[in-house]
Design a protein around this ligand. Sequence first.
Ligand code: KIV
Ligand code: ZN
Length: 385
Amino acid sequence: MEPIKIFDTTLRDGEQAPGFTMRMGEKLQLAKALASMGVDVIEAGFPAASPDDFRAVQTIADGVAGPTIAALARCHSSDIDAARDALANCKKPRIHVFLATSAIHREHKLKLAKDEILTRTRIGVARARSYCADVEFSPEDASRTERDFLGQVIDEAIRAGATTINIPDTVGYTTPQEFEDLFRWIGEHVPGAREITLSAHCHDDLGLAVANSLAAIRGGARQVECTLNGIGERAGNAALEEIVMALNVRPEEYGVTSAIDTKRLVAASRLLSRITGIPVPPNKAIVGKNAFAHEAGIHQHGMLEHASTYEIMTPESVGFDGERFVLGKHSGRHALKSRLNELGHGVADEDFDAVFAAFKELADRKREILDADLEVLVVSNASGA
Ligand code: KIV
Ligand code: ZN
């Protein structure tokens, strides 16, 4: 199976989300966790954005071994030079240059004509390439850019020396079908596009970031940009853990494999949550507290017979060690009996109906039934307990 690069931008695009600012030591800790997990590229920050960002990129570039370390830069010489300086001691540096290309951004933000965009792309990428053998170029708002013009910009960037072309869906506007088609079109129509790495960078404004990233892979992307827990601007970026597990659980669908040690996914997600103080929603796919929890009686019964009835991956495969059988008002007799046995409260068959009835009555009043509640139920309802 073909390898796919996982480019983590938790420390750059993720940190841009309100409330997710991290201190230097925390960034370094997170970068080391990402490196141990096997991510291919860590985007450590945007050195020209602030002295703190510069130092963070420098510290990670100096102190984290394994992955390529990327620094973001606008298509400005001072930004590109700041990225070069921050990466000066890095063993595997990448300068990531971006410039918006859509009509909306050209007219309202940059006030630049198409030919000026092409010139700036050429000059910016060539400057980055004169410093670094590994250069990524992103046409910002690519998914809303006229296709022919996008093709011209990509062509210009490749000819100026870009080794990765990243296609950002900056405002989370595209759809899986459209994005897959765009990648296929780039591969087929832009000279040199098959000789470089095509990358996808998706935002989640319509809740499609992961689906769009996976569609891009089908269309030819061989790098995906993502963040832990899907944090990022507005509704966030594509969630790393979801992309990685989709590739793992459905290899036949995508035909690519990542180098991620999936057993570290939950720990990395929790580390980010601890650092930022922002909890992971309980229903978050892969890493949420409820991602492997079963309460409904029918599900618990099925799970007790065979885990594959209601689980498409094992909790161990992602390092999940939380609760799996939650007792509540939807739970059934099998789950209650099994939990009582685990706790060492063997209830005689003739007493079980009374214990089960008392359990259901309590569960209607109490959202979560704890082991201590079960002990009380057994003592008050089982004659021989
Ligand atoms: O969303 C975006 O367009 C970006 C680029 C800078 C890659 O984050
Ligand atoms: Zn982004």
